[in-house]
Design a protein around this ligand. Sequence first.
Ligand SMILES: C[S@@+](CC[C@H](N)C(=O)[O-])C[C@H]1O[C@@H](n2cnc3c(N)ncnc32)[C@H](O)[C@@H]1O
Length: 239
Amino acid sequence: MMENFRKNIKDLLGVQLSDSQVQAFITYEEQLLEYNAQFNLTAIRDSEGIRLKHFIDSLSCLLALREKPVPPSRLVDIGTGAGFPGIPLKILFPAMQLTLVESVGKKARFCEHMARALKLENVLVLQSRAEELGQDPAHREKYDWAVARAVAQLPILAEYLLPLVRVGGGMIAQKGESGPAETQSAQNAIHILGGRLHKLIPVQISGVAEDRYLVVVDKVAATPKHLPRRVGIPSKSPL
Ligand SMILES: C[S@@+](CC[C@H](N)C(=O)[O-])C[C@H]1O[C@@H](n2cnc3c(N)ncnc32)[C@H](O)[C@@H]1O
C-alpha cells in the first residue's frame, strides 16, 4: 500500500521519500484515523482518502515552492485544521520553521499532539485567527510562504495570508475547480495587499477526479498598515 503512495509522490513531484518519511506518514494516518473516530477532525476518514486527498494533495504545494531557488525556511499554514498542508510539507522539509494557525481548539491540540508524536522540531501551533496574527509584529511580514487549503474564498484568503509574507516571499492557495474564477475575482484584493499573481498551477493527482489548482501570488510590496482588518471583517466584506 505504502509503496503505491511513494510511487504516486515520485510521479507527481519527482521526489523519493525516505523510509523515515514514509514511516512519519504511516504514524500520521494512524493518529488521524484514531482521533477522527472521537473528535470529528476531518470529513475524510479512510486510508486511501487520507493519502490522496490529504497527504498527496498537501505535498502538491511543492510544485509552487520549488519555483523559488531556496527551500522554504519559514512557512505559515492558516486554517490548518488537522495539519494540512503544513505537516506533510514539514515532513518533506524537516529544516523548515513551521507555524500552524487554527482557531478551533480541538484541531490546534491535535496538531500539537502530531508535532510531538512525529518528533518535529521548530513547529509552533497557535490557536488564533489569521486576522490577529497579521497585525502581530512577531508574525507580520515574517514568512517566506503563507499557505492555506479550503479556508475561504480567494479575496478573503489573500487578506489572511499576504500580510504575513515578507516582500519577496509568496502565498499559495490550494483550490478546486473554482480556482481560475476565484483568481479573477481576487485581482483587486491581491493588488491592494501588495501581491501580484505569479501563476495558476493545475494539479492532477492520480485517483482524484476533481481539478485542483495552486494559486501562487508573489509579495511585491508591503501590505498597508490597516490590513488585515479586524476579526470577521474580511469575510463579511471582502476587499
Ligand atoms: C475546511 S477546514 C480546512 C482545514 C485544512 N486546511 C484542510 O485542508 O484539511 C478550514 C479551517 O480553517 C479554520 N479557519 C477558518 N477561518 C480562520 C481564520 N480566520 N483564522 C484561523 N483559522 C481559520 C477553521 O477553523 C477550519 O478548521
